[in-house]
Write a new protein. Structure first.
Length: 305
């Protein structure tokens, strides 16, 4: 039986956080769980209030909230990891986002695998009706791999279980504070773990459902998400390989992205296809920004409630 601390970073999403916590209260599990929430909004502290209210009502699991005043996703994750690893007997740390709800068998499906890091599927649920062109966009598609088993890499903390021993091996601050509002610190950490030879697995049965707000179903958001992903991918590559080596390896892909993105967008009247193809151009531009050290802080704005 594992001793698992479920860690949730939150900022200005009290409704989403409550949905997440309700889903954890409904877990069917043989393991011992505790829940740890870190609120990254020093002004309103809505996440703190949600946790205090649920605790007073007799929440199913031991639950605690902490405040991280300085904005930044890796800062919050590092605070969560430090607090969780300080718990006596902890064997694993799980993470999911405050806009996600876990399926009832989520944590046991992750814990069934003998690996240092186990990732799981992320389904999408729209909070309102969306246009057909947007429904087809790859960035809004479910994150699934088709089957469970060992994998080379897991790249996100949106649905993950990590062995406490693996996190301890990564030092006191495993997530890179320099990526405070850019995103990508989870992929950077897991890439470091991969280079150390740690083992990864994927559980298709460990399902969480992400609620997508209307503000993230726009052409501008989808294009800029592609830009940000290209940028943070290069930040990770630069960290491990250096700027010059990364530039040499990525230049052909960047050129292809510009050509396919621009020419492909001009050759279709289908809005969905045009935005998807333009996304390749934006991703290539993001790679150039990442190589040049230009940072787009996508997570300065919070979407959803």
């Amino acid at each position: 039986m594992a001793e698992i601390i479920v860690c949730i970073a939150t900022c200005n999403r009290p409704q989403g956080l409550r949905r997440t916590l309700d889903s954890l209260a409904a877990q069917r599990t043989q393991h011992n769980l505790e829940v740890l929430v870190a609120d990254n909004d020093a002004a309103r502290q809505e996440g703190m209030a949600v946790v205090e209210q649920l605790a007073a009502q007799g929440y199913r699991w031991p639950i605690e909230a902490l405040l991280v005043a300085e904005r930044g996703i890796p800062l919050v994750r590092n605070a969560l990891v430090a607090a969780a690893l300080a718990r006596p007997g902890v064997t694993h740390i799980a993470m999911l986002d405050d806009d996600e709800a876990a399926s009832p068998g989520w944590i046991d499906a992750l814990a069934a695998w003998d690996a240092d890091v186990v990732g799981g599927a992320v389904l999408r649920e729209m909070d309102s009706a969306i246009a057909p062109w947007a429904a087809r966009h790859p960035l809004l598609a479910p994150k699934q791999r088709g089957r469970s088993g060992p994998v080379a890499l897991v790249d996100s903390t949106a649905n993950v279980l990590m062995a406490a021993s693996a996190l301890r091996a990564m030092g006191d601050r495993p997530f890179d504070d320099r990526m405070a509002l850019t995103g990508g610190s989870d992929k950077q950490l897991f890439t470091r773990m991969q280079r150390l030879g740690l083992r990864f697995a994927w559980s298709e049965e460990a399902v969480v459902t992400e609620l997508i707000p209307a503000s993230r179903v726009t052409a501008k958001w989808l294009l800029m998400r592609g830009y940000r992903l290209g940028m943070t991918d290069m930040m990770v590559e630069r960290f491990h390989k250096g700027r010059l080596h990364t530039l040499v390896g990525e230049t052909p892909r960047i050129i292809a992205g510009f050509l396919i993105g621009s020419l492909g967008a001009l050759t279709t009247l289908d809005r969905g296809k045009r935005i998807e193809r333009l996304g390749k151009l934006y991703r290539a531009a993001g790679k150039i920004a990442g190589l040049a050290g230009i940072h787009y802080e996508e997570y300065r704005k919070v979407h959803g409630a």
